[in-house]
Design a protein around this ligand. Structure first.
Ligand code: SF4
Length: 268
């Protein structure tokens, strides 16, 4: 059971710089019911709520839409990103509809919006998304292997459901991208996914988990140790002794069309 905590009065925007671009992040929810073990968002949330399990508590930011509307002129020409601290279409969105209201508010702000989600619920908002001037929707995928999906994504919609969602968005004329995040060695068929979806999406985003976060690394390693010991040994080699693995992947990515593949840091 997830506890929902209404929170008001927190500025819901963070300005970040990435590859020279700055963007603002809107987080209608802080925390995520999906509770993925590799998620970096668990770090701020579990720090704020040390007695709670990741996935067990979600802050609901009811005043975020009012905040965006009140400051609407500020977003013109800006890059806006939804979200970094929880999936904007996690099941709570069925009830609170904050992401939908945010998109409605942003539709008139002349800004560029990028949405990333694992959830088919985004299809509900095709009516708004298709009216927006500059929007792209990324569907996240890490693996199409059922065993690995059960291991690391047991609360998420299935890979097939996500792929169907991607097609539904594309068929509606919405700019889509495949968000390969997290890229996990020997689990994510990175280049096969890029081949497979090359005609279906505008671009690919590739990112690794935050391996520097002890909590994230420990959860993934413990899981592999318990359920896939051979891969656990391989991970130890990759992470503790052999950074060439990542260099080879990064070199291969560099050989791809750079306008179509955006790589954030995948390595240690
Ligand atoms: S769905 Fe996204 S935000 Fe939610 S727990 Fe998983 S990785 Fe984190």
């Amino acid at each position: 059971m997830t506890e929902f905590v209404p929170v008001e009065g927190i500025t819901p925007l963070t300005k970040k710089a990435f590859n020279g671009d700055s963007y603002y992040v809107l987080n209608p929810y802080k925390g995520c019911q999906y509770g993925c073990p590799h998620c970096t968002a668990q770090i701020p949330l579990c720090t704020a709520y040390p007695m709670k399990k990741w996935g067990g508590i979600v802050e609901v930011r009811n005043d975020i839409v009012g905040y965006v509307r009140k400051n609407s002129s500020r977003w013109a020409g800006r890059n806006i990103y939804l979200s970094s601290l929880g999936d904007p279409y996690q099941p709570a969105e069925n009830k609170y509809k904050l992401t939908r209201a945010l998109l409605e508010a942003l539709a008139s702000c002349d800004c560029s919006v990028r949405v990333i989600t694992h959830s088919p619920l985004v299809i509900r908002d095709i009516d708004i998304l298709s009216q927006m001037k500059d929007v792209s929707v990324g569907i996240s995928l890490t693996t199409t292997n059922e065993f690995h999906a059960k291991l690391i994504e047991k609360n998420l919609p299935t890979s097939d459901e996500r792929i169907e969602t991607l097609y539904a968005l594309s068929d509606s004329g919405i700019r889509t991208f495949l968000n390969i995040d997290p890229f996990l060695p020997e689990i994510t068929p990175l280049f096969r996914l890029i081949d497979l979806f090359t005609d279906d999406v505008s671009f690919f985003r590739v990112a690794g988990p935050n391996w520097k976060a002890t909590r994230v690394k420990r959860k993934l390693f413990d899981m592999l140790k318990a359920y896939e010991p051979e891969l656990f040994v391989r991970y130890q080699t990759i992470y503790l002794k052999d950074n060439r693995y990542f260099q080879e992947i990064q070199n291969k990515i560099k050989g791809l069309n750079r306008s179509r593949v955006i790589e954030t840091d995948i390595s240690l």
